[in-house]
Design a protein around this ligand. Sequence first.
Ligand code: IMP
Ligand code: MG
Length: 176
Amino acid sequence: MKTKTIKDLKFETLLPKELIKKRVNEIALQLDALHIGSEPPLMICVMNGAFIFTADLVRAMQVKVLLGFIRASSYRGTTSSGNLELSGIEKLNIEGKNIVIVEDIIDTGATLEAIIEQLQKRNPLQLHIVSLLQKPHAPKFENTIVGFEIDDRFVVGYGLDYDGLGRDIDEIMVMK
Ligand code: IMP
Ligand code: MG
């Protein structure tokens, strides 16, 4: 078990990289099965947090994929500011396409709800959601694959940050 200090907070290993890798491979198989024989899905990476998960996931998948990137931000420090900013959706070609939203974590679900609402308006053929992590209070979304259900504690690593730091850590660490 690793420990790390980022600014004023201490973190310890929650999900080691081998476990994440195994789960990412399982999710890739599920997504392959959902899209085999159909048009390549547009995998929409929700930046910044999902950049590593997306990179690993698309490389573990066997079907051809298209990639799109949107940006969502609401967190300041370890709490959500509730001030959601979304950008980049307008540039994507959604109508009639198979869409997969790739998120790092579903906490309150507000970010995902806003993204889904904007995408649905543009008539995708299919809409799936994949999130590496999900916290306990998150509402249930349809057609959603979750990597790991975790406790309501602040995590960093594998793309997730604490005030901009820790995204490069190769595992998921939890605040002590
Ligand atoms: P939601 O809108 O409350 O579901 O929050 C989703 C976004 O908040 C995620 O995409 C993350 O970027 C961020 N977030 C939620 N929980 C954590 C955490 O424990 N660590 C780092 N970022 C988090
Ligand atoms: Mg995020």
